[in-house]
Ligand binder design. Structure first.
Ligand SMILES: *Cc1c(COP(=O)(O)O)cnc(C)c1O
Length: 373
């Protein structure tokens, strides 16, 4: 009758649905024996800034030393950039770690986190990991429905996770909509504004998040070096929020969370505004190329503010994803995020986008398609 060790793992951990990463190019090339392009993880197709690469190489020769666990210089630079004090900046092993630490500090059994359905899966994983309950409201036209979310916030809600723009749909809400939402949320609930795709949004009304974080006790803004800066492989992200909360999070992080190489690269990347500008410009053109190509084929997609496009598929997204894979294009089927008939395609280089569109045109037509006129 005694339980095994594995059976003693708490139910709330065994119930966690694992994160499903995009397939690495090497894996597809190894398994299918073809050259592949990866448009599955919203990475920067231009690569990292050359300044970041140089700084990382320099840091590499001192890899025998532990990094500065407190990321002093990076936090200082981020603080100056945003006009805030260093105590309001937390540097993490990707913004994923910041999400996880916020959950560990604020959530637990009997407590709740709120987010939208069809949003970034790590919110659910970090919430479930600490035995808290995730409460969701549906998307509306593929966008966050802030009114519906406000209605499911209760006194037990300790965190609201808002991805803006949302991954995987690419939609966003404006600063005035957030202001209205915040009027319904007590200051005892942390609102996490995950702005991983901040730099790609081209709307002057989009976000006043840093100003909000400065004047509030319950706003945590997340940014990352994984997207526009092209440093996803080095795992650096950060949060800007209430100093008292960050102190508690700091106690729980591993003593050396970010690597010295990542810190050095991120510091240098922040100086390369030209690389950021080029990345945003290339994304704008590539996103247009993909959206126009899909529209020309009569395919439904969600207009995107980010560096990826959410595409509706006739057959299942898993089938379309597998067919694209055979043609050497790695896209991301969206079934596991709650959309069985969709894929997400990241904006790549011009020829990569073209290759995706050509491959998609071959696979997307249902067998008995009605003739188009
Ligand atoms: C990509 C992404 C992140 C960034 O994660 P990192 O851990 O910083 O690489 C955060 N939030 C959302 C919604 C994302 O899509």
């Amino acid at each position: 009758m005694t339980k095994s060790l594995l059976e003693r793992i708490p139910q709330h951990i065994r119930q966690v649905v694992p994160y499903q990463p995009g397939k690495p190019v090497e894996e597809v090339e190894r398994e299918l024996g073809i050259r592949a392009i990866k448009l599955a993880s919203n990475e920067n197709p231009l690569g990292p800034s050359p300044l970041a690469v140089e700084a990382a190489q320099k840091a590499l020769v001192e890899a025998n030393r532990y990094p500065d666990g407190g990321s002093f210089y990076l936090r200082e630079k981020i603080a100056v950039r945003h006009g805030i004090g260093m105590e309001a900046v937390f540097v993490g092993l990707g913004s994923s770690e910041v999400i996880d630490l916020a959950a560990r500090v604020l959530l637990g059994p009997g407590l709740e986190a709120v987010t939208s359905e069809g949003s970034y899966p790590p919110y659910a994983i970090s919430t479930c990991a600490v035995g808290a309950k995730l409460v969701t409201a549906p998307l509306k036209d593929y966008a966050y429905d802030l009114d519906a979310l406000a209605k499911v916030v209760t006194p037990e809600t300790r965190i609201v996770f808002l991805a803006n723009p949302n991954n995987p749909t690419g939609t966003y809400f404006r600063a005035d909509a957030l202001d209205k939402f915040l009027r319904h949320v007590s200051s005892q609930t942390l609102v996490v504004l995950d702005e991983a795709y901040f730099d790609f949004v081209e709307d002057s009304q989009y976000s006043r998040s840093i100003a909000l974080a400065k004047q509030s006790e319950n706003i945590l803004v997340l940014r990352t070096f994984s997207k526009v800066y092209g440093l996803a492989g080095l795992r650096v992200g950060y949060g800007i929020g209430p100093a008292g909360l960050l102190v508690e999070m700091d106690k729980l992080r591993t003593a050396f969370n970010t690597a010295s190489i990542g810190q050095a690269a991120a510091l240098a990347a922040m100086d390369d505004t030209e690389h950021v500008r080029r990345s945003v410009e290339m994304n704008r053109a590539g996103r247009k190329q993909i959206e126009q190509g899909l529209a020309a084929m009569g395919v439904r997609y969600v207009p995107s503010a980010a560096n990826f496009v959410f595409v509706e598929t006739e057959s299942s997204g898993a089938t379309v994803g597998a067919e694209l894979l055979k043609q050497g294009v790695i896209a991301r089927p969206m079934g596991w995020m709650g959309f069985p008939h969709a894929i997400r395609i990241s904006v790549g280089l011009e020829e990569e986008n073209r290759r995706f569109l050509e491959a998609f045109e071959r696979v997307h037509r249902p067998k008995a398609a009605a003739p188009r006129n």
